[in-house]
Design a binder for this molecule. Structure first.
Ligand code: ARG
Length: 593
């Protein structure tokens, strides 16, 4: 929409002898005065040594009586204020309705993008800290794909750290007789794991707490980690069991969140790349020994805060989180050759990623021009403003959080209307997911936010369920029309919304049309800024505009058949924009609610 208006103004600026670059158009920040504005005359005034007002008036005159504008006027000291013409606006919407993807264009520079999100740690239950990464990453993946990029989502599981050693050490204390601990054993290991998922989930927190108090135990765990990483057979076999049991559980959890990964790579997959990488860093002179450790300096002159060197190997030769992330870059380059990698991780890891990115660029572990983006998110807090916890102060498991939301929605549905047990349970899941995801995505990612179950699950206000409710409302009007149509046939295709959208005849209809006409620009802004909250804001405003139109308009009772068909077409377009929007956010709407 803005592009079309700009092009029209470019012609007018040029016709008056001014450079086209001054024809920049934005959505007005004074909606009481106009819908679009151009401030170019103010800027052009300097170059052409003319009064801005004179230029603005000339340009308005040059536009003449184009039907693009219902109004185009010069306003002191030199603004050009515009209102879209009703015919132009409805033509634009009919064009949108007839285009694939509602007229959103794919990028001309499609890239191979990898998104590193999820980031769950094996053997630790998925908790709310990993929730944001999964929700935001999933939405970004969908948005970039929608814009035509080749996107691969990788969960990048943490499976190589101390948590493995902790579990192994604890298992050894509990069941020393297990064959995995027999260093002389050379046969095959059992196929079945010596623990279930619930046992595993009990062992890890137990061992973790113990290691904080018991130095000797902590040393045991460190040794076990070291031995595992150096290929001790029995421990590798145990690690496989931990991985399998844990991954099955993680997959189930992510499925429930409607989050899917193309790759289930793990930190351990990058380990084979480490020896060559270390040798390369040494040989090329990038890495040097500092206090026994192998490091790469990454500080830059312009730094205002200290950026410590990136540590590659500890003095005892052990590898670190850094080492794995760098090796993962080597691995990804070799296997996928991405142009861009986006990491969706807690913002507290920001400095860490800065070190890793600098190190990778400086040492040319990544190809020149490769983009590395850190998308850091804030914390999900409880109503007390502190990181979200269970009632008794523990870490809230994602599963339990979801159960609470489903329960809240279920109760609400039961109160609202007569509904079968099964339908209520089914629908509560769909609505609960929307409540959770929208509650998260509607905030700018870097900001902390308060998890408020009552607000998130409300059917009114800036919430996921409100958007769903609007979609359901449109579906039900369409259904009613189609049922009635059998008795009293309407215009061809009206039921499906295939009629033509006419110029708006009321203020609320015009407001709805204007909001719809912003769809493409909204998608592009969300995409350029990698900012799903832009989508939420738009969907909320669109739902509001629609509901106002709905309350003030007799849609099915409209007697003029052509106007009624136009309403139905407007309904359809609104629904499609909402459905597409929530799909980009990663949830769906139910049939009824
Ligand atoms: N597993 C990590 C954690 O729980 C997050 C992984 C983020 N991705 C990465 N490439 N380091 O903190």
């Amino acid at each position: 929409m803005l592009d079309l208006i700009r092009e029209e103004l470019e012609k007018a600026f040029a016709a008056c002898g001014y450079e086209e670059k001054y024809a920049k158009v934005t959505i007005s920040n004074r909606p009481d005065l106009c819908e679009y504005q151009c401030n170019g005359a103010l800027a052009a005034a300097r170059q052409y040594r003319k009064a801005p007002m004179a230029i603005a008036e000339e340009v308005c005159a040059a536009v003449g009586d184009s039907d693009m504008f219902a109004e185009i006027t010069a306003a002191a000291p030199g603004f050009i204020n515009m209102k879209a013409g009703g015919g132009f606006l409805s033509r634009y919407l009919n064009g949108m309705a007839a285009s694939p993807k509602l007229g959103c264009e794919e990028t001309k520079e499609a890239e191979t993008v990898m998104i590193d999100y999820g980031g769950a740690n094996v053997a630790k239950p998925l908790h709310v800290g990993h929730l944001r990464s999964a929700i935001i990453g999933e939405s970004i993946k969908r948005l970039l794909r929608f814009k035509g990029h080749t996107v691969t989502g990788d969960v990048h599981l943490g499976d190589w750290g101390l948590q493995m050693g902790l579990i192994i050490a604890e298992l050894k204390e509990r069941q020393p007789e297990l064959v995995y601990f027999d260093g002389t054993y050379e046969g095959e290991y059992p196929e079945a794991a010596p623990f279930t998922i619930s046992e595993l989930e009990e062992i890890y927190p137990f061992a973790n707490a113990k290691s904080k108090e018991d130095e000797a135990f902590k040393e045991e765990a460190k040794t076990a980690t070291f031995e595992l990483q150096n290929g001790r057979r029995g421990y590798l076999a145990l690690w496989h069991h931990i991985l399998n049991v844990s991954m099955a559980d993680l997959k189930r959890n992510y499925d429930n969140l409607n989050v899917t990964f193309d790759l289930w790579k793990k930190e351990s997959d990058a380990q084979p790349y480490i020896p060559d990488m270390v040798q390369y860093l040494k040989e090329e002179g990038y890495a040097h020994i500092s206090q026994g450790a192998l490091v790469v300096d990454v500080a830059e002159e312009t730094d205002t805060k200290e950026v410590p060197p990136c540590m590659i190997l500890k003095s005892d030769g052990a590898t670190l989180y850094n080492t794995t992330d760098l090796a993962t870059l080597v691995e990804r380059r070799k296997l996928f050759d991405p142009d861009h990698i986006i990491y969706v991780v807690d913002k507290r890891q920001g400095l860490y990623f800065e070190q890793v990115f600098r190190c990778a660029r400086k040492t040319k572990l990544v190809k020149d021009g490769m983009k590395l983006t850190f998308l850091g998110f804030g914390t999900m807090n409880g109503r007390d403003g502190k990181p979200f916890k269970t009632r008794d102060g523990g870490v809230m498991r994602l599963e339990h959080l979801m159960d609470e939301i489903h329960e809240a929605v279920y109760r609400k549905m039961k109160e609202n209307r007569e509904v079968s047990e099964e339908e209520a349970r089914q629908t509560a899941k769909i609505i609960g997911l929307a409540a959770l995801k929208y509650g998260d995505l509607s905030n700018q990612a870097v900001k902390d936010y308060v998890f408020d179950i009552d607000r998130f699950t409300s059917f009114e206000g800036n919430t996921g369920p409100y958007i769903q409710y609007t979609i359901v409302r449109i579906k039900s009007i369409q259904k009613k029309y189609n049922e009635r149509k059998e008795a009293e046939p309407g215009p061809e295709g009206a039921g499906a919304g295939n009629g033509t959208i006419l110029p708006a005849s009321t203020d609320c209809e015009r407001a709805l049309q204007l909001q719809l006409s912003k769809f493409i620009e909204m998608v592009d802004t969300a995409y350029e800024e990698i900012a799903p909250h832009r989508i939420c804001q738009y969907l909320y405003e669109l739902s509001d505009a629609f509901n106002r139109f709905y309350h003030e308009t007799r849609i099915l009772a409209e007697e003029d058949r052509v106007r009624r068909a136009s309403y139905l077409a407007l309904l359809r377009l609104t629904k499609e924009a909402l459905v597409l929007g929530i799909d980009l956010l990663g949830f769906e709407a139910p049939e009824r609610m």
